[in-house]
Design a protein around this ligand. Structure first.
Ligand SMILES: C[S@@+](CC[C@H](N)C(=O)[O-])C[C@H]1O[C@@H](n2cnc3c(N)ncnc32)[C@H](O)[C@@H]1O
Length: 307
């Protein structure tokens, strides 16, 4: 279902009965808990639970730190000693699986991520697509950004359009629908303000023209946000109806979802894209073998065309 988006405790200092100084109590229990959610324990836990969520461990290997930190905080909130106790909690409380699913969202993004992809889209793929659409009498390029995080990806597309394509296709407009299941990420998108690190791959002249900077925070000017509409939604429960001429589905389905969900999502995407539509995956992602409906435009940039 899609909807419109819009501590640490005080440490006690303690001295043992034998007079040795010991670690402060709070610190000690946190250290113990950290060990029990540490790398090996967390890896084993994730390997056990991810399949039940339709997710695959391989995708999480490099970014498990983010998820493990959240798990650690969840144990603190539930006052549980370790992940084994959390596993037992999951066995007894079906609702906790929903919480765990939310903890497993990887929310890492940045503007102009994988420069070569956006360079190629701007120089080759999108001009050809816009020309075809224009020749067919179309006046807009309809885009979908799935798993849009804090807006970095759809706003990048907006900038690419503004600085690269709009001057060449003055009769056309850009429409971007951007969806994510994480309300916090969508709240960041609504603010439209980012750290310098999020902008490090963006061409500096675009950054200077499109953002207002104050105190190391860069806020996207309103005129560069207009083309993007954000929606909250879990793509496993449904995708927006479309149709979409361009779909960015990067660093989500084809990294974190299991093969069954990847195949179902590919079919959902194919249903929403007209012939000639362009599908862009994350640079290191591929469509599952044998999925009908798409041909490869660039294998190394993971760009496909709807047949
Ligand atoms: C790793 S980020 C990728 C962001 C962006 N596409 C990029 O490549 O830079 C994955 C995003 O997908 C979102 N996400 C995770 N599971 C999702 C789901 N089932 N439905 C929709 N969005 C989801 C996360 O909240 C996160 O913002």
């Amino acid at each position: 279902m899609l909807q419109s988006a819009s501590g640490l405790g005080v440490l006690n200092t303690a001295v043992s009965g034998r007079g040795d100084r010991v670690a402060p109590k709070g610190k000690e229990s946190k250290a113990r808990a950290a060990a029990k959610t540490g790398s090996a324990a967390c890896t084993a836990f994730l390997q056990g639970v991810l399949p039940r969520l339709g997710l695959k461990w391989a995708g999480f290997r490099k970014v498990r730190g983010q998820v493990c930190k959240r798990l650690h905080r969840r144990l603190e909130a539930l006052d549980l000693p370790d992940l084994e106790a959390y596993r037992q909690r999951l066995d007894q409380d079906a609702e906790e699986w929903r919480v765990l699913d939310g903890l497993c969202r990887v929310t890492i993004s940045r503007f102009y991520r994988n420069r070569g992809v956006f360079d190629h889209l701007g120089a080759e793929v999108l001009p050809a697509l816009c020309q075809d659409l224009q020749d067919a009498g179309r006046r807009s390029l309809r885009c979908l950004s799935l798993g849009c995080c804090g807006g970095e990806e759809p706003f990048t597309l907006g900038l690419l359009w503004h600085f690269g394509l709009a001057p060449r296709f003055p009769g056309m407009t850009l429409e971007i629908l951007a969806t994510d299941s994480d309300p916090k990420s969508l709240a960041r998108a609504a603010r439209g303000c980012y750290s310098a690190g999020s902008l490090r791959d963006l061409p500096p002249d675009w950054r200077d023209a499109a953002f207002d900077a104050a105190d190391e925070v860069y806020c996207l000017r309103p005129e560069f946000r207009q083309a993007v509409r954000f929606l909250e939604g879990d793509l496993r429960e449904g995708m927006p109806a479309g149709p979409f001429d361009l779909v960015l589905c990067r660093n989500l389905v084809f990294t974190y979802f299991d093969e069954d969900r990847q195949r179902r999502s590919t079919a959902d995407l194919a249903e929403r894209m007209p012939r000639g539509g362009i599908l862009v995956l994350g640079k290191h992602e591929r469509l599952p073998s044998g999925c009908p409906g798409f041909e490869t435009v660039s294998a190394h940039l993971a760009i496909y065309r709807r047949l």
